[in-house]
Design a protein around this ligand. Structure first.
Ligand SMILES: Nc1nc2c(ncn2[C@@H]2O[C@H](COP(=O)(O)OP(=O)(O)O)[C@@H](O)[C@H]2O)c(=O)[nH]1
Ligand SMILES: [Mg+2]
Length: 448
């Protein structure tokens, strides 16, 4: 997700090779500055960051470690502004959140993503409220989003006034005891008085715990300016940057919090409901520095993979009993984690692989479809015992699933390799093996 920024940091750090080499430091800082400006970080933010790194390095002596430490603290200071991080619950349920932003910024999509995040990863009961009555299709769009993630929607066709909808929704939320109420509001193409007065009224009626501003990262520094006016006019508690997947520069994420002094809370990087990342400064700093985010990955996995099932699976793998049903199930759970690219960035040293996997989409991958077709053509016995598959059975499967025998053999071989790998990594030396393997791939990691 932060490929471009991470590359800039990594390459600047590589410039510093020797101790007390002031020339190298100047060069590294110069390169960093250029790269950040190119990434669309605001020039004032760049200057502050560079000055802060330089000052710290000079205080502690020039060297790679000092540079790394200085960069880490300066980045952290830049991202950590006063305010909440992640999702914060009100002392008393329900926590009411108002989603605001310009039209097309991604409010409705993000409302769905956030509801999905709270439901799946935090096990909360969520009510989504359709308070965008400006566009005819808006309620219907939200209804579809909610149906897709199986979250309840509150809407009221009988009124054209969002204030009435919000009042009704809050009463209903008390009745059915929900943890979180997310209110999707109307936006305009640009800020105008009508929008602001409608929002103020909705705000008064909702009395929200927090107001999130949804900003389109493709708008670059314009997004920052609009966020600033929303903050002045109605007050915002957090920013959610959307469409980050399409923003090859990515610098807005670095500067926005310090520019408007409101924390960045989440980042949307894709059109799917899973494509929402929590933005926690200390974790993001690690990712920016190419160190991955094991904690985030573990959280993501934990919410999707059932712990008991995972243990059973490990046992099976160790015994060499990993079969096609397990294989399919693993593929399905991977799908729920969102795009491959977003996962790779969280694995230490794998950030650089992310761009290579940009277009690898498990859900629509032809390979996955082939695998599924093949497995569905197998008998239950064959699924449980891959060893049964002799040549005549393979020929029958090929006919049954419409693949040629070359494909069938290739998939079966892949499966064999996968189960061998899994067995190797599940053993005592597994972690060591995995680390060795990653070490070999770590072209992009910051050398220490
Ligand atoms: N690629 C990408 N598209 C997004 C993202 N968030 C929203 N969109 C798309 O942006 C468009 C506008 O989103 P919508 O939620 O309707 O915006 P709203 O008018 O603010 O409610 C839709 O086509 C969404 O699919 C994102 O993070 N990545
Ligand atoms: Mg909308």
């Amino acid at each position: 997700m932060f490929d471009t920024l991470t590359e800039s940091f990594t390459s600047a750090i590589r410039k510093i090779r020797f101790h007390d080499d002031e020339k190298a430091l100047t060069k590294a800082l110069g390169e960093l500055k250029k790269a950040l400006l190119k990434a669309d970080v605001h020039h004032k933010v760049v200057k502050d960051l560079i000055d802060s790194v330089e000052l710290q390095v000079k205080q502690n002596g020039i060297g790679k470690d000092q540079f790394l430490d200085a960069l880490r603290t300066s980045l952290y200071d830049l991202l950590k502004v006063k305010g909440n991080s992640g999702f914060v619950y009100a002392p008393q349920s329900p926590t009411v959140i108002l989603m605001t932003g310009l039209q097309g910024s991604g409010k409705t999509t993000t409302t769905g993503k956030l509801a999905n995040y709270l439901k799946i990863r935090q096990k909360k009961k969520v009510l989504v409220v359709a308070a965008d009555l400006q566009r005819l299709a808006a309620v219907e769009q939200l209804r579809q989003v909610c149906a897709g993630i199986e979250v309840e929607l509150y809407s009221d066709e009988a009124t054209k006034n969002p204030v009435d909808v919000v009042k009704g929704a809050l009463e209903y939320a008390q009745k059915i005891l929900v943890d979180v109420v997310l209110i999707d509001t109307a936006g305009r193409l640009a800020i105008d008085d009508e929008l602001m007065s409608e929002l103020s009224e909705v705000k008064r009626a909702a009395n929200p715990h927090e107001i999130f501003y949804v900003a389109d990262s493709l708008a670059g520094q314009d997004a920052v300016r609009t966020a600033e006016s929303f903050n002045e006019k109605i007050g915002i508690d957090g920013v959610i940057l959307t469409k980050y997947d399409g923003d090859s520069r990515g610098g807005v994420a670095l500067g926005i919090a310090s520019q408007i002094q409101v924390p960045l809370r989440f980042i949307g990087a894709g059109e799917k409901m899973e494509d929402l990342e929590i933005f926690l400064p200390d974790r993001i700093v690690n990712r920016l520095m190419g160190l991955g985010d094991i904690e985030g990955l573990a959280e993501k996995t934990a919410s999707i993979i059932d712990e008991k099932k995972a243990k059973q699976l490990t046992k099976k793998i160790k015994k060499g009993e990993f079969n096609f049903n397990d294989f399919l199930e693993q593929m399905e759970s991977l799908k729920k984690m969102g795009s491959m690219k977003s996962i790779m960035g969280m694995i230490p040293g794998m950030g650089g692989m992310a761009s290579a996997l940009k277009d690898f989409d498990l859900e629509n991958s032809g390979e996955l479809k082939k695998i599924k077709a093949l497995v569905s053509s197998m008998t239950m016995k064959e699924r449980e015992d891959p060893e049964l598959l002799n040549n005549s059975r393979k020929a029958r499967l090929a006919m049954g699933c419409g693949l040629n025998i070359v494909d069938v053999n290739r998939i079966l071989k892949q499966f064999k390799n996968a189960s061998k790998m899994a067995k190797r990594f599940s053993g005592k030396k597994g972690m060591q093996d995995l680390q060795n393997m990653m070490g070999q791939m770590q072209g992009n990691r910051i050398p220490r």
